[in-house]
Design a protein around this ligand. Sequence first.
Ligand SMILES: NC(=O)c1ccc[n+]([C@@H]2O[C@H](COP(=O)([O-])OP(=O)(O)OC[C@H]3O[C@@H](n4cnc5c(N)ncnc54)[C@H](OP(=O)(O)O)[C@@H]3O)[C@@H](O)[C@H]2O)c1
Length: 407
Amino acid sequence: MNSPSHLAVLGATGSVGKSTLDVARLHPDRIRTVALAGWRNTDRLLAISREFSPAGVCVAEEKATLFRSQVLGAGLNCRVLSGPTGLIELVQSEQVDTVVAGIAGAAGLSSTLAAVQAGKRVLIANKEPLVMCGELLRAEARAAKAVILPVDSEHNAVFQCLPEAHQTNLSRGDLGAVPTSDQSPISRITLTASGGPFIRTPAPDLKSVTIKEALAHPNWQMGPKITVDSATLMNKGLELIEACVFFDLPESQIDVVIHPQSVIHSLVHYVDGSVLAQMASPDMRIPLAHALAFPGRIRSGAPTLNLIEVSRLDFEEPDVARFPCLRLAREAARIGKGMPAVLNAANEVAVEAFLSGRLRFVDIPVLVEAVMERSDCPVINGLDDALGVDQNARHLAVEALKMRSVR
Ligand SMILES: NC(=O)c1ccc[n+]([C@@H]2O[C@H](COP(=O)([O-])OP(=O)(O)OC[C@H]3O[C@@H](n4cnc5c(N)ncnc54)[C@H](OP(=O)(O)O)[C@@H]3O)[C@@H](O)[C@H]2O)c1
């Protein structure tokens, strides 16, 4: 048997965190959960800390004092860290060799980068850091000999369909691992998208979409930010940029198709006309189990796919007129430099404003486009550049919201 991995779960109180711990629970001999990071949901963090007895935990700064007393009261022998610096210390710990990056949004950037720089094996669900500065993350992975593995179901599916040599190179952050030259065996990648809850909603009705409707995803149980992103198709846009970075392909070689059943998670097209697809039930435990065990395989606990029950697989073009976020993400990928980080920051502000009732669903892409138009986007050479572009774009987005200039 391989020696057990020593796991840190960032975002342990969220949806990806829950799926990760579900898989870890099935394999106590192979996966030792030694560090857990939540943020504000300390009740949940305390419950999973009691179960897994981690050596270290991390919470938001304002929760630290109370949480320390709760940990003491529960008789747990674990170190309580807090805030962004606590997250970094947690992933750098010598006790940790594997990190699941499951924080939502740009808030996961510093800790994901720290895990990569510390040479850990980093399983990345948190797509926003890859969108903001994916090339930096890959370069740091190469320098630190870290292994990075995609957990987002589409990217994990593409990864599974690649030749073995490509998988090894990519997981080491190897630039050019999927060459675009004539010698490359790969001609295109197709990312699938469920289409979200509004796939059949006529354009005029999108103006009155409620928060509850946007949070009702037909196939996946996820956190609120990614669920809204799925409804606007921004999630697919972010994934398109993530795929450009991860697989070193231009956006023109990456297609997006709507596939409402969410059974085929993505496809790789080879030059000889062969197309390899990865199929599975829509359940995050599957890509997580794959990445946790790679290059081996372990049980995930997810239900087996029943093709008779699925019975049909449908595909259609995404409607970028109704869902402009996908067009904006392609534009950001084409422009490159800091523009994907601008798109991401403006989108985070817009989604938060929608979820707090301050912005209509249809105005999310309007706000993002307004910020993209007003941003100059310098090249991102390091963490400070990425954080600077992110902050500027957030500032522009907040100003645009205040001025109501997005309508
Ligand atoms: N959910 C999925 O099926 C899925 C699939 C593919 C990719 N992803 C990606 O995975 C990431 C997580 O998604 P999710 O659906 O799991 O989100 P989620 O359910 O909302 O969970 C987010 C996690 O991040 C923590 N968090 C929030 N703000 C933080 C901060 N400032 N610093 C540190 N931690 C913070 C939360 O802690 P508290 O709750 O304790 O405050 C929670 O543990 C996203 O980037 C998403 O795009 C998710």
